[in-house]
Design a protein around this ligand. Structure first.
Ligand code: NAD
Length: 487
């Protein structure tokens, strides 16, 4: 494994009111490569004062421009950003990998997802309209869609480009002004995308700002600000609950994309040749740090040994290392604290179940510079185990087996979360029944982790509130007004 840093250490500024701005704190956050420990760049450690200034400027831009009522302009702006990202896609992918740790191929996929999302919502910006309805006698109503106003977007570190763009694109398409606060661990990739926004003249000056810094201070200032009309939050369920409490200050609208503990349910009639590698990928992609990771495997007892043997082989064949190398299959986890959290869960799993493979930190040579964990599979866990119930956010697969469909369904739904599920069967009736009965926002049949800008995504139960992507995702960022005509 070699150490590769392909850019000079950069200082990143906030973009506020169309100007690159230093924080009033004059302090910087250090962004580090989780594979090597090297500094990737420095970002502003912004203060509450900086955020309040940004909110005021977005409010001003929203209220004094035609942004909210000029869909063509928004279409041009979003398409312009898609074009800029296309021109810079390899640079963006490399920054994403050296800052987040994921493999360069995962990063290329994430940046391609951003571009596709921007193109979809550029088009959708020209379809933000309601309907007219005939009411009593000659009366009729117009149901109009309007922007909400100033939207705060708070994003996580695991998919920092796509999960920011996934919200930024519909929020802007609907005509809102936006302030983004990216995760403190991944400011560089977020600001790199804002550098491109700054190059697109169709964005109204000041309509979109980025402010980097700690969630507990500046994220909380956004959550409590009475000048922000809506918060779109993607992150941990416990932080989501805190944001819900904060939002009561002015009954802010909320869109919450939270955690998951998603099952892959494998029946005896499944096509295992297809299922095994996709299930492996569903948990080891981005070192398991994905909200919709297939972190639970529920497998029919008759095929259990075959499936586990296949997954063990898959896990042991993965090349774990620095994600910038084309040959790497799985990168590190993001930080020392994430490594500690995942290691604690592995120790719990060792006591409560049986380690099939992995179960340790990778050490020696280049591994000592980063936060690498061997892909880990734990079998013989009971439903009450914390390893089965809690989101680990690391490369750890928890396995349980079932003997019939009713038991499989009960196990799949035995969770506080309801983000996604995979169902593997060649029986159409079974696939239909399971897809209807599983309480999750997405159910994939004979595949996993297939997402599209046009298909709604979001959580049942404690996995979230509202929907992102698709037309529902656009409508999350709209107010609905009934205008009544009496003639
Ligand atoms: P996190 O909740 O720790 O942080 C998310 C963001 O919230 C960061 O920008 C952080 O700075 C900010 N924040 C932290 N405390 C805050 C506070 N008190 N007030 C306001 N903002 C605050 O989450 P994370 O560790 O960055 O991301 C991992 C979590 O995100 C996992 O639980 C994962 O499942 C979830 N996630 C969900 C989805 C989805 O679409 N449902 C997608 C990706 C990640």
């Amino acid at each position: 494994m070699s150490t590769l840093i392909d850019q000079k250490q950069t200082t990143y500024y906030n973009l506020i009111n169309g100007e690159w701005t230093e924080s009033s704190s004059k302090e910087l956050l250090e962004s580090k490569n989780p594979a090597t420990g090297e500094v990737v760049g420095y970002a502003q450690k912004s203060t509450v004062q900086d955020v309040e200034y940004a909110i005021d400027t977005v409010f001003h831009a929203f209220n004094t421009s035609d942004w909210g009522y000029n869909p063509k302009r928004r279409y041009n702006a979003l398409l312009g950003l898609a074009q800029k990202m296309e021109e810079n896609k390899e640079h963006l992918a490399r920054v994403l990998t050296i800052e987040q740790g994921k493999t360069i191929n995962e990063s290329r996929g994430e940046i391609a997802g951003c571009i596709d999302t921007l193109k979809y919502f550029a088009g959708a910006s020209r379809t933000v309209f309601g309907r007219s309805i005939q009411l009593e006698s000659q009366n009729f109503g117009v149901i109009a869609k309007e922007p909400i106003g100033v939207v705060g977007i708070i994003s996580p570190w695991n998919w920092p480009a796509l999960l920011m763009v996934r919200e930024l694109a519909p929020a802007l398409a609907a005509g809102n002004g936006v302030i983004v606060k990216p995760a403190s661990l991944t400011p560089a990739i977020s600001v790199e995308i804002f550098k491109l926004i700054d190059q697109v003249p169709d964005f109204t000056k000041g309509i979109v700002s980025i402010v980097t810094g700690p969630g507990r201070s500046i994220g909380a200032a956004m959550g409590t600000s009475k000048k922000i009309d809506m918060i779109s939050f993607t992150g941990d369920t416990s932080t989501g609950k805190t944001i819900m409490e904060m939002a009561t200050s002015n009954i802010k609208k909320l869109a919450l994309e939270l955690g998951g503990k998603s099952p892959n349910v494998v029946f005896a009639d499944a096509n295992l040749r297809k299922a095994v590698p996709l299930i492996g990928r569903s948990i080891f992609n981005t070192a398991g740090q994905i909200c919709m990771a297939g972190s639970r495997l529920l497998v029919h007892e008759s095929i259990k040994h075959e499936v586990i043997a296949g997954l063990k082989q898959y896990a042991e064949n993965l090349e774990v290392g620095n994600g910038i190398l084309e040959t790497t299959d799985m990168g590190p986890v993001i930080s020392q604290s994430q490594l500690d959290i995942v290691s604690d869960y592995i120790e719990m799993g060792r006591k409560e179940g049986k380690i099939v493979t992995g179960g340790y930190r990778l050490t020696g040579g280049e591994y000592d510079k980063g936060f690498f964990i061997a892909p880990t599979i734990i079998d013989e866990l009971s439903s009450s185990s914390r390893v089965v119930q809690e989101e680990i956010f690391g490369p750890v697969l928890a396995i349980q087996s079932f003997s019939n469909d009713e038991e499989a369904l009960a196990m799949a739904n035995d969770s506080d979360f309801g983000l996604a599920a995979g169902v593997w069967t060649t029986n159409l009736n079974r696939a239909m029944k399971m897809s209807k009965a599983i309480k999750a926002g997405t159910v994939w049949i004979n595949t996993y982790n297939r997402n599209f800008p046009e298909a709604e995504f979001g959580g049942y139960k404690q996995s979230g509130q509202g929907r992102t992507r698709g037309i529902d995702g656009l409508n999350e960022y709209c107010e609905t007004k009934h205008i009544h005509f009496e003639i």
